[in-house]
Design a protein around this ligand. Sequence first.
Ligand code: URA
Ligand code: CA
Length: 436
Amino acid sequence: MRPYDIIMKKRNGEILSREEIYHVVLEYTKGSIPDYQMSAFMMAVYFSGMNDEETTNLTMAMVESGETVDLSPIPGVKVDKHSTGGVGDTTTLILAPLVAAAGVPVAKMSGRGLGHTGGTLDKLESIPGLTVSISHEEFIEQVKRIGVAVIGQTANLAPADKKMYALRDVTATIDSIPLIAGSIMSKKIAAGTDAILLDVKSGSGAFMPTIDMARELASRMVGIGKGVGRRVAAIITDMDQPLGTMIGNALEVREAVEILKGLHPGSALREVSVTLGSHLLVMGNAAKTLPEGRKIIEKKITDGSGALKFKEMIKAQKGDPHIVDDVKLLPQAKIKVDVKAGSSGYVSNIQAQQVGLAAMVLGAGRQKKEDTIDMAVGLILKKRVGETVEKGESFAEIYANDESKIKESERLLVKSFKFSSEPPEVPPLILDTISD
Ligand code: URA
Ligand code: CA
């Protein structure tokens, strides 16, 4: 089998066999197919696409490029949830303890990646002492014992993805649906859970800017799950404005803790977390219907068992569980600045991407892989789309440690908020649900 022929076949729009796809992926991972041929192959996929069977074969070849985690020592239906990412997206820290408190084991491995704000791992690491570097054995032991663990993904899971993603990043082949679907699903399948819930974000602050693209990606990933016998469902949620009101690592942990303790009722972040949690309970056989799942999740908030479970998880991962009792024990920024409205009106738009940048320039996220994160800094948004502001009223707060970074953050934040005299249309939070 020659890579040249496989590239040409895909370039010409033909369908590749399982053997051809496996050959390209596995030989590339080993280093016997060079970057330039893999680049051409992925560009051919970008233009010619892949059908469901090819995408499933691509995914499984990526899974088989490395280790897989065997979670069978843990009883029950093990669940995982993946978000395609967005700003102020802290649902994992809320739903993982709630779902575990309802008796469904949550075994979650997260990647690190670049972002405006840190990923889930960075957020967790803002908790003093907490570690996400845990061996597979300890991971399984922890989920068996307390029902939940959120840890860093080890390098040996889907190594093909790591190599291919780095190449896609510099060859303009990131935004190909089969390549994205294979990338995400290979890591999730290798991580070994029985059920996977995908939160596909749609909107200006998301990877998928339109609902149609989000739907296509979601159904592709659900199709892969079906093809390999894993329970997979996807929810498409709005990321046209930031989901949470707090943006920045320790600030996002604070908001998650507050929601677990029953604060912020009716907030968008709480609503999406509860919806995702309800789906996970159904997928994990702990509820028959979504309304039943929702009732159970709500109860785990009001009776405090979700917050308690989060404390158990923090303690198991060597962090200070007292942050749940007192969020001031999280890293605190030295400077707080109010950002005030120049005129009265309705908030008509909040550009999530820009808000993310406003947090990143304070040090909340990484521009380059080597950058270090300032856990304490970030933003609190006091308004959502559709709400009114008075001239001179503070609509956001900047939390900074470096005086010199405030001006640029404020400029980006002001630019990200649009105001109108008429009430704007507010998009629904949950845009669609896709399951097989
Ligand atoms: N996230 C991933 O893990 N992979 C992609 O290709 C895109 C988003
Ligand atoms: Ca918008």
